[in-house]
Design a protein around this ligand. Structure first.
Ligand code: SOE
Length: 377
């Protein structure tokens, strides 16, 4: 297979997940391009040098502008905090690189639209990393809805619950800074729940109500833990929403649910049945069908690990479950094939703008305590 040279910008949590995906993809899948892990980039020289060795990159660099301008780079993977996504992705597109970008696409609608315009103008392949779409059980959920087996869809009930910052002594890291992160629970986790709703239902959110709050308003500063600094993002965000297909939805993202670690759950209710997915049991999908004989009606638990389930023919025999990191491997696999074919792949920057328009509407609805119509693309 021909090779594609990859540059990764950012090497923290997401950078590690992406590095693992680039490293593993050709060992299990046969993408039409073999990724070569050329260079990882970050601001701190010694930390990025260490990351290059640990994560398996050939080189390291500290200036992303030089990296995206390099002639030998084909793909730029943006895994930095949100405030730098737009600048890096736009420069990469202008330099003719295919771009994979972590979610949320940008910190606001204006930036997201600029990014979409840039990739379109440059004619490069672009993809947004909403990795949970590519859990085989989620793909099955979408398939069941699309096939009509659930009938007319009445509800999408999405929750994304975490608990890592419940302790007020958790320091003021970048995720609590609106200038860097754009928002808190809203863009970080509710965005996933929203994206899954759009993906599984195959429909767009048209109007929303919103409720957001910050429970711990000050946290120990990183530079001086005895002093506190202000949290400028939301700890929890909730939305009631209506989809274009008529489904009524609730979509929630909170970091303040003790015991819930990465509880990304959704339930879809239709006129012929219900499906339930919970990422903490990511290999399973619950399915209740009114088409079953009445006497045996009940939720069945499908273990979505058969070779007939999406991506599973490349992994293990049925029942040998996969995990979080596999969703990223599936993402880069589809991205590499799209780049090889020069065609678009979903979710892309257009999805990023659509998600951002909904997030923006939720924020406005929460601020003004009223329903807001989601603006068109
Ligand atoms: C932190 O809340 C985080 O890493 C998110 O940024 C990811 O997108 C999510 O998948 C896991 O949690």
């Amino acid at each position: 297979m021909p090779e594609a040279n990859v540059a990764l910008i950012g090497y923290a949590f997401m950078g590690r997940a992406h590095s693992n995906a680039w490293r593993q993809v050709s060992r299990f899948f046969s993408p039409k391009l073999t990724p070569r892990m050329k260079v990882v980039c970050g601001r701190n020289r010694s930390a990025v040098r260490k990351a290059s060795r640990t994560l398996g990159w050939e080189e390291y660099a500290t200036d992303w502008r030089e990296v995206v301008a390099r002639d030998d780079i084909d793909i730029v993977d943006v895994s930095t905090p949100g405030d730098t996504h737009a600048e890096i992705a736009i420069a990469a597109a202008k330099a003719g690189k295919a771009v994979l970008c972590e979610k949320p696409l940008a910190n606001d609608v204006r930036e997201a639209k600029q990014m979409l315009a840039a990739v379109k103008k440059a004619g490069v392949v672009h993809m947004l990393c909403h990795n949970y779409r590519r859990a085989p059980a989620v793909m099955l959920a979408r398939e069941l809805v699309a096939s009509g087996k659930l009938g007319k869809i009445y509800h999408y009930r999405g929750t994304y619950l975490q608990d890592w910052p419940v302790d007020p002594s958790v320091p003021l890291i970048w995720r609590f800074d609106k200038k860097v992160a754009g928002s808190g629970s809203l863009g970080d986790i509710l965005s996933h729940s929203l994206d899954l709703g759009r993906f599984v239902l195959g429909s767009e959110v048209v109007e929303v109500a919103g409720l957001m709050d910050t429970f711990v308003k000050q946290r120990p500063r990183l530079d001086n833990p005895r002093k506190k600094g202000r949290v400028t993002v939301d700890d929890a965000s909730l939305s009631l929403a209506r989809f274009a297909n008529g489904a009524l939805a609730s979509i929630e993202g909170t970091r303040f649910a003790p015991g819930r670690k990465n509880y990304l759950r959704f339930e879809v209710n239709g006129s012929r049945g219900t499906i339930v997915f919970n990422f903490e049991r990511m290999n399973e999908l619950e399915y209740y069908s009114l088409d079953d004989e009445t006497k045996v009606q009940g939720f069945r638990q499908i273990l979505a690990t058969d070779p007939s389930h999406e991506y599973f023919d490349k992994w293990w025999p049925g029942g040998h479950i996969i995990g979080y990191e596999h969703t990223f491997i599936h993402t880069v696999y589809d991205f590499l094939n799209a780049v090889a074919a020069g065609r678009q792949v979903k979710p892309d920057f257009e999805d990023g703008v659509r998600n951002q328009l909904v997030l923006d509407a939720i924020e406005k609805a929460a601020q003004n305590k009223r329903w807001v119509t989601v603006k068109p693309l």
